[in-house]
Design a protein around this ligand. Structure first.
Ligand SMILES: NC(=O)c1ccc[n+]([C@@H]2O[C@H](COP(=O)([O-])OP(=O)(O)OC[C@H]3O[C@@H](n4cnc5c(N)ncnc54)[C@H](OP(=O)(O)O)[C@@H]3O)[C@@H](O)[C@H]2O)c1
Length: 309
């Protein structure tokens, strides 16, 4: 299923999107590695994965710059998604700057999908979208999206901006993380596209031993790799678009091929049946957050907001 209707927007886009995390900030990785990522993205586009997802937060804008280079000459055939993270102190000038910064780094005149990266209940979304909607009308934004919004946060947002249409929500969705995706898949309120990030569980692919056995068996049956089985299964779910990050050409080719893999309804059902969540209560004092000397974890929402740009 190479192309799929993008929620209720009326457009069809590539079923698998290319993720663009892990490029670091400028000067962090050698140029050779960045060139490799540019080649990988270009190859993915050549092979039909024309949906590309980035964010202004990735590498402080560096990921957008790299995407801008990779899309040179092929921008017109791509569906380009990026994100920004509004905070409550942002005024209309800041919002304009954020959008114009992304357009400049991406070397484009328009963004197909402009997404709010994380929910923040302190933000006055009405004012944010008032500014952004002018850009949509001017052609710099085609569709609006959100990321990491729960069903409750999504309906609160829709009430606050009743005239704005939200085309998609990007959430973690893979063989291990299903709770939120499942709620959205059965939701009567939100009918937008679901962009499944970390579809391969960040390279781990499966969650449990039983899933590993099932996915391996299906891989042998269809003569494909386990990751292709998982991507094809996600693709088979209505409104779901896996967004997978691959830096290696072998993985890119593998992922692009998965767009053409059709699993039988029985096999899709078997995988869906194995999609279980284990819910347990974790006492907050038993949760340990690991950080690095350069990057300390935030322990409260206030700390995170205090440190936002
Ligand atoms: N909206 C949000 O808040 C949010 C949050 C997280 C992620 N995202 C988006 O989602 C994208 C993907 O998520 P992710 O990077 O966390 O996880 P992921 O795509 O599930 O996993 C990436 C890992 O899987 C490996 N891989 C890729 N294709 C493979 C294949 N065919 N076979 C085996 N391994 C394969 C990659 O290896 P190589 O790189 O070595 O090829 C990489 O180590 C991100 O890049 C980003 O665009 C969005």
């Amino acid at each position: 299923m190479q192309y799929k209707p993008f929620g209720e927007t009326g457009v069809r886009i590539a079923g698998i999107g290319q993720g663009t995390t892990g490029m670091g900030t400028k000067h962090l990785f050698p140029n050779e590695y960045i060139q490799k990522r540019i080649h990988a993205l270009k190859l993915g586009i050549d092979l039909g994965m024309t949906f590309v997802d980035t964010a202004s937060l990735y590498g402080n804008g560096f990921s957008e710059e790299v995407v801008g280079i990779a899309l040179k000459g092929v921008r017109h055939k791509c569906f380009l998604a990026t994100k920004f993270y509004p905070h409550e102190k942002m005024n209309s000038q800041d919002i304009r700057q954020a959008l114009e910064g992304s357009l400049e780094r991406l070397q484009t005149d328009w963004i197909d999908l402009y997404q709010i990266h994380w929910p923040n209940h302190r933000v006055k979304y009405q004012s944010v979208f008032e500014v952004l909607d002018k850009y949509r009308m001017g052609g710099a934004i085609r569709f609006f999206g959100i990321c990491n919004f729960t069903p409750q946060e999504t309906s609160a947002l829709s009430k606050c901006i009743p005239d704005i249409s939200i085309a998609s929500n990007e959430i973690e969705l893979n063989l291990q993380a299903r709770l939120m995706g499942n709620e959205f898949l059965h939701s009567h309120d939100f009918k937008g596209a679901l962009l499944a990030y970390s579809p391969l569980n960040q390279g781990r692919i499966v969650g449990t031993e039983a899933q590993a056995r099932l996915i391996r068996t299906l891989g042998e049956k269809y003569r494909v790799t386990p990751s292709q089985v998982v991507l094809a299964w996600l693709l088979s779910l209505e409104r779901v678009f896996p967004i997978v990050k691959a830096a290696t050409q072998r993985h890119i080719k593998n992922n692009a091929e998965a767009m053409h893999l059709v699993l039988s309804p029985e096999d899709i059902q078997q995988i869906s049946n194995s999609w279980g969540d284990e819910i347990f209560e974790a006492k907050p004092e038993r949760i340990k957050l690991r950080g690095t000397p350069q990057r300390k974890p935030y322990l409260t929402e206030e700390e995170a907001i205090e440190n936002s740009p």
